[in-house]
Structures are given as C-alpha cells and as structure tokens.
Write a protein that binds this ligand. Sequence first.
Ligand SMILES: [Zn+2]
Length: 394
Amino acid sequence: MFVAIDAQKRTYNVLHATSKAQLRILRQQTTFFCPVCNEPVRLKIGSHNQPHFAHIRTSNCPEFERESAYHLKGKEKLYQWLHRQKFNVEIEKYIPDIAQRPDLMASKQDVSMAIEYQCSTISCELLVKRTMSYWRQGIRVIWIWGGNQLKRRGSHWLHLSDMQALSVQQSGILYFCPEAMTIMQCTPLIPFSSATAFSHIIPHSLRTSQFSGVMLQQRLDVSTLLNEWNRKKKIWRHHGLYLKHSQSPFLKYLYKKGISPSCFPPEVLIPLPSLIGFHTAPLLWQTHILLEELGCFSTGDTFAASYIYNRLMKMVKIRRLPYLSPALPKKALLEYFQFLCGTGMLAQRDTYTYQKLREPLLPFGETEAYEMDKEVIQHTAALFPTTLLEENRI
Ligand SMILES: [Zn+2]
C-alpha cells in the first residue's frame, strides 16, 4: 500500500514524496502503522518497485493481500493515468462511514467514483458487500481486474468466473495489466457455458486512451459471433459435448430420449443478447424448453410465456449481476421464443402468447447437424441490437 499513518495518526502517502532520499530520512525518523489494522508496517524503498508500505508480519488485514508488486504497480499507473486526465484522484482514501479503502477515488465535475483494482481472488459475498456499501453512500464503483485474472480461451473467448461476472457492466469487464500498460475491455459477454463466454477483447493503451473511452459500450460484430459460436458448437457436437463421463445427467437425458450426443436439435445452444442472465448453460435450459416444456404441447397449441418462465425458474440458476437489469432472464427467454418464431417452430399470437407450429428438428447425423446449425443460427442475428443498450444503472 502507498498510505500509512504514524503514532500521531498523521497520514503519509509515498506517491507524494519528491525523492527516495527524502523517504529514507523519513523512514529513520518515523514508525509507520497500517491505517486499517494498526499493525506496524515497513516503508520499503527498493530499486525496482515503487516505494510502498508492507505489513511486517503475515496478517489477516484486508490490505495484506493487496501488497503484491503487480497490484502496487497497477494502482500507481492507474493513479497517474486518471491524474493526467485532470481527475482529482486519491489513493487508498479511507471512507469511514463504510469502513472501505478503495484503491482509488477519482472525481471530475459531476463524476465521482471508487476504483477497486483486484488482482487476486475475492469471495463473491465480499465483492457484493463492498459494491453495495459504496452504492448505499451514492458512490459509483468500478472493478478493474488485474490482467493476470484474464483467462483467455482463444481470440474471442474467455473464462468468466462467478466472481468476475459480479462486476459486469453494460460496457463489459475491465482488466488492466501494468506491464503491458493496457486495459482490456471485454464486451459483450455471451456465455456458451456456465464458465466460458464469447466476447470482443478490446485493448486500450493507457498511453492514448481516456477513462470515458474504456467505459463506452462497444458494438457487437454479429457475423464474428455467429461464426465463432458455430465453430465451438461443432466441436461440442463432435466431442460428445465435452462431457465424456457417462455420469453426466445431460448425456443420460439425451440417451433416454434416444438422441445421440452429437445430434441434439439445432434449435438449442443458441446465442442471445440477454443470455448472461442465466448461470445455467444455454444448452441445458434451451433443451429443457424445447424438449420438455414445448414437448408437452401438440402442434397448434398456444401458451403464455409466463407459464414457461415460471416452470423454467424452478430448474435454472440465475446469474448474480448487480450492475445489470434483474429482468435479463425474462428477456433472454423472450428472445429465445423470438428466435424459435424465426425458425418457424413457433408463431407469436399476442404480446406474450405463442403457438407451436412444428416439432424440433432432429438431425440424422453429425454432417446434417452442422448444416442445420449453420442455417438455424441466422435467425438469432436480428435479435442483437444494432443500437446500443440503455445506460448503466450506476
Ligand atoms: Zn493492516
């Protein structure tokens, strides 16, 4: 950390020091303490890293985990970056009402925000608790993950942990690597499974980018999404859904239905704009709708969307997304019905009423399945907005 106190509770910020020589003199004259746990801390003045304070003993203090060289370097670079843009920036400012010390507090004109630069794992409960406590004080909070937390799975795919999903805003997720001096903006996030999502991974160099630039919503390249999605879907079909073990409840389910794992209907595992609302993988909940819920209806039957929604909610897990609308799962379901209307399986009879027109497609073999996938996925393209979505809630 960059801020400590002395025995008289005076505050010292090493980033305000004019030279290392000045800090060395100060170190001889002063005993420093952690402002959070009050344990003694040492002022470290090395040749490689920015001078900083470090707990002398291993500690349970929440600041202790934030003392890695990577974290300190990143925090310093972000501080300078915001400072250059004429933000009024305070580092490790203590907010007594909520007992929080955000890495950075930045304000300019009518914008005021806390920035949490998180380079290590944090429990989901703690992350939500911190976010909510800022909000209760009317403080906007932006989580920026360490670049070391970005787990890429190819040029358009990343690992989306439950922890990181909690920080998703309309503009996506941000990762910052102080070594590359780059903020990676990952947006939009369209989950293929519970932990893997499609995304554009957009680099913003800190040398040339503005804060407002990294918070901008970015347009989705729909054709890239559809191509990438079907490429992955093909791999899943070919490798038995990557769930080779015979204990997989989903494989057992397909077996019971007499469907080979490579020949599940092309109308499932479909990307949708609001898909992130579900934690349950799209393959599972869409199959449930297609084969179980709609399977109960005969051709010509009509049904209300709310009937299916209520039944679906009993079998799926919803993703916790504090920054986004709680209506996302409902929107995703309606998008799925829209998609099925596009394929000719359903017809919309009223705002929330649909009619079943045909049974799902069942390919005879892998080759036919790939062909069907290619055709069917086109019907979801129109669902992705060409204009940008509404503003962030906070
Ligand atoms: Zn401490």
